[in-house]
Design a protein around this ligand. Structure first.
Ligand SMILES: C[S@@+](CC[C@H](N)C(=O)[O-])C[C@H]1O[C@@H](n2cnc3c(N)ncnc32)[C@H](O)[C@@H]1O
Length: 272
């Protein structure tokens, strides 16, 4: 396990994932019934952007740093949550900040140091469980939740080319265990071929009601660069397909560098 999220925290891809995550959670919280949130690849919870790995790569300077000053309406909720936190929040801290009293969060993280940091952060928190456990296994083991309503965030590191296939298989397992759950799976867009194959795998999986939101900073032609990213959402809450494009466009307006081929898209991969 070489991937450490601390090098990438706050970059454009993190902003895209977290801005849509906040919208999805708010949408699920329109109903009062308690929610279960599973963060399968949690990272370490919080990141100091001004020192260590984040400072060395500086990726956040082209990401969250460009959103903090007078964020556009579509990003105001997400950016407000980040600003309210002090230390830059990863997905577990962001999710935790939104939970209501009866909601629960389970975080899984395999890396020993990152998992230890999560245990320090949430060790005394009765609403949060931290597991040092394989993400793919938890999609079977922790679902379905007692709460019957929930969101599963799947955010693998994609160190290995097989990660897209593992993701498609993991989504099949998760949905077979928890048919009504909202599943949000982040993926990198380096070049188009793996993304097309992943979309095809989802379309042929038998899973219903799947959409994909994408953002590219440039034409995805260079397989060695993170040119864009996407979030595949299964069972999207009502209004997601209308709400996501303005969020993506607001991100592109601030984070794009006017490179050829930049853009956003919202596509439906499988009907309800
Ligand atoms: C992209 S980072 C997660 C970032 C986090 N979701 C956020 O938004 O702040 C991916 C994380 O998954 C962890 N990881 C990799 N393989 C895993 C596995 N099979 N099970 C659980 N965690 C894993 C890595 O150690 C890394 O911290």
């Amino acid at each position: 396990m070489n991937y450490r999220h601390a090098f990438h925290a706050g970059n454009f891809a993190d902003c895209m994932k977290h801005a849509l995550l906040v919208w999805l959670l708010r949408a699920l919280m329109r109903k009062p019934a308690p929610l279960f949130v599973l963060d399968t690849h949690a990272g370490c919870g919080r990141y100091d952007l001004s020192s260590g790995p984040a400072e060395r790569t500086g990726e956040w300077r082209a990401g969250i740093a460009r959103l903090l000053d007078g964020p556009p309406e579509a990003l105001a909720d997400y950016v407000g949550e980040v600003q309210a936190q002090g230390l830059y929040p990863g997905s577990p801290a962001l999710i935790r900040a939104l939970l209501r009293d009866d909601d629960r969060l389970a975080c899984c993280e395999l890396h020993p140091e990152d998992c230890a940091a999560l245990k320090i952060e949430f060790g005394r928190d009765a609403q949060v469980a931290v597991h040092r456990r394989d993400a793919w296994e938890t999609l079977g083991a922790l679902l379905p939740p007692a709460q019957k309503r929930g969101l599963i965030l799947i955010d693998p590191p994609y160190e290995d080319p097989a990660e897209f296939s593992r993701l498609a298989a993991g989504l099949r397992t998760g949905v077979s265990r928890f048919r009504t759950g909202v599943f949000a799976a982040w993926y990198p867009i380096k070049h188009r071929a793996p993304v097309r194959a992943f979309h095809t795998a989802l379309a042929e999986s038998g899973i219903r009601d799947v959409v994909a939101a994408e953002l590219w900073l440039r034409e995805p032609l260079d397989a060695a660069r993170l040119n864009g990213c996407g979030l595949a959402v299964i069972n999207p809450p009502f209004g997601f397909e209308q709400a996501a494009p303005p969020i993506l466009q607001a991100l592109l307006n601030r984070l794009g560098n006017h490179e050829p081929g930049e853009g956003i898209s919202m596509v439906r991969l499988v009907d309800e």
